[in-house]
Design a protein around this ligand. Structure first.
Ligand SMILES: NC(=O)c1ccc[n+]([C@@H]2O[C@H](COP(=O)([O-])OP(=O)(O)OC[C@H]3O[C@@H](n4cnc5c(N)ncnc54)[C@H](O)[C@@H]3O)[C@@H](O)[C@H]2O)c1
Ligand SMILES: [Fe+2]
Length: 423
């Protein structure tokens, strides 16, 4: 199917930390990297690491390097605004030179938000949305223990504001950590449910970065944080997909499978590097209201939704899906059949790792559909990254198909395109 829309010329954009260190044992470099940034460090530490040998090692090594450390382990899931603001205020007096954040995506996002809050006297809601931070923030050393959100390399932090219906994102290149240290061994103890949800999210990041719209750019203006699928992000996304698809089920089945953990850590890092500039799209936009309604983990929702999103946008991104089929070695005789085989393979991975098959089983009901559609469409930076114009009919079709776990359900595209597809 042709869209009749002239594609903009392809561009390339990557924004990354100054240093990315990857490998078994790279955790040992945290103290040296932190000491390069100053003599006074705030260590945001995931609570699961309290009283662990890893935390002891950092504290010992920083002391040996004459770096003063304050430990903050108040990581509350979903990062409520009031709590984050309270932590910022409580650390203002200590004037750290840098923030080190060790933990899951929530701990790393908290570290970024504290670095932002300590860099200025404003309130966090001054910086909601895209490119609203006008200045650099304290440097952050980010060390993920899940694979993962990719937050260690992205300019995004997410929190919950009770005054808003959805989780809010603060997105700015200034939020990209200065250093990312990815040690696959840190994720070895993560429970299967955390491995599944965070690993599903990593796969969604890679697939959505590669299937995002190609957008035109005005080089003389400030670029959006998410620029769309691009020449530099897609090779990273493709490699991430190649790594994650076979290794996610292995890591969920056996958390001590070190090769699977290594592949997942590398895959989620590459996926973060890709989506940090390309962005994600409809699974993420729809997960925001679904997550708010059901209080289910972010990656569980994005993973559950992805096959339904891809079925719906398939006619507008066949070449990208065909490339995914190629890297997964599931090519068929036609481009469209290959695209469908790619989606089926991804759906199988999510089913294998135990993600729910439909929205009803996580508590969504028919009466919630219109509100989910309405709220999804408000997440402009994500819906504008869709290859298909994000009509309310399109989003409703995706949500209704996902509600019943019915991938064969026809999707109506709304006023911009009346074609229907049958998966
Ligand atoms: N900033 C970004 O670019 C970005 C991208 C995607 C998601 N996110 C956000 O990240 C959050 C999800 O992060 P997540 O999936 O890493 O989960 P998480 O950080 O919320 O952690 C989930 C649970 O696992 C525990 N945990 C983490 N690592 C562990 C380990 N190695 N061993 C044992 N327990 C461990 C944590 O203590 C927590 O209880 C969401 O709030 C989401 O909005 C941010
Ligand atoms: Fe995500």
């Amino acid at each position: 199917m042709t869209t009749g829309i002239t594609q903009p010329t392809a561009i390339g954009v990557l924004r990354l930390p100054e240093r990315i260190l990857f490998g078994d044992g790279s955790f040992a470099s945290v103290s040296v990297e932190a000491s390069r940034l100053g003599r006074n460090v705030l260590l945001v530490c995931d609570p699961f690491l309290l009283n662990s040998p890893e935390l002891d090692a950092i504290l010992r090594d920083l002391a040996a390097l004459s770096v003063k450390v304050t430990v903050e382990s108040g990581v509350i899931p979903e990062l409520p605004l009031e709590h984050v603001q309270k932590l910022i205020d409580s650390h203002r007096h200590s004037v750290p030179d840098a923030v080190v954040a060790v933990g899951g995506g929530s701990a790393i996002d908290l570290g970024k938000l504290i670095a932002l809050g300590l860099s200025h006297n404003g309130a966090l809601n001054d910086w909601y949305g895209e490119n609203a931070i006008p200045f650099p923030v304290l440097p952050v050393v980010a060390v993920p223990t899940t694979a993962g959100t990719g937050s260690e390399v992205t300019g995004v932090a997410v929190l919950t504001d009770p005054g808003r219906d959805l989780k809010v994102g603060i997105s700015s290149p200034y939020l990209i950590p200065r250093v990312a240290i990815v040690d696959p061994l840190l994720a070895v103890g993560a429970p299967a449910s955390v491995t599944a949800a965070s690993g599903a999210d990593a796969l969604v990041h890679a697939v959505e970065a590669h299937t995002a719209a190609v957008r035109s750019s005005d080089w003389s203006a400030q670029l959006p944080v998410f620029v769309g699928q691009n020449l530099l992000s897609s090779p990273l996304a493709i490699e991430a997909i190649r790594l994650i698809v076979p290794n996610l089920p292995r890591a969920v089945r056996d958390g001590n499978d070190l090769d699977a953990r290594r592949a997942m850590a590398r895959g989620s890092l590459l996926a973060g590097m890709a989506f940090g500039s390309a962005g994600t799209h409809l699974s993420h936009a729809i997960q925001y209201p679904v997550g708010a309604l059901t209080h289910t983990p972010h990656g569980l929702g994005t993973g559950l939704l992805l096959p339904f999103v891809l079925d719906a946008v398939l006619p507008t991104c066949i070449p990208q899906l065909e490339q995914i089929a190629e890297v997964l070695d599931v090519r068929e005789s036609t481009a469209e059949a290959s695209a469908r085989a790619a989606i089926d393979t991804i759906a199988r991975v999510f089913s294998e790792i135990g993600l729910p098959a439909d929205l009803r089983s996580i508590g969504v009901d028919d009466k919630d559909v219109s509100r989910i559609v309405e709220l999804s469409l408000t997440v402009k930076r994500l819906v504008s990254n869709s290859t298909h114009p994000p009509t309310s009919e399109l989003i409703e079709g995706i949500v209704r198909a996902a509600l019943d776990g019915d991938r064969a359900r026809p999707v109506s595209y709304g006023t911009t395109d009346q074609n229907r597809i049958h998966a």
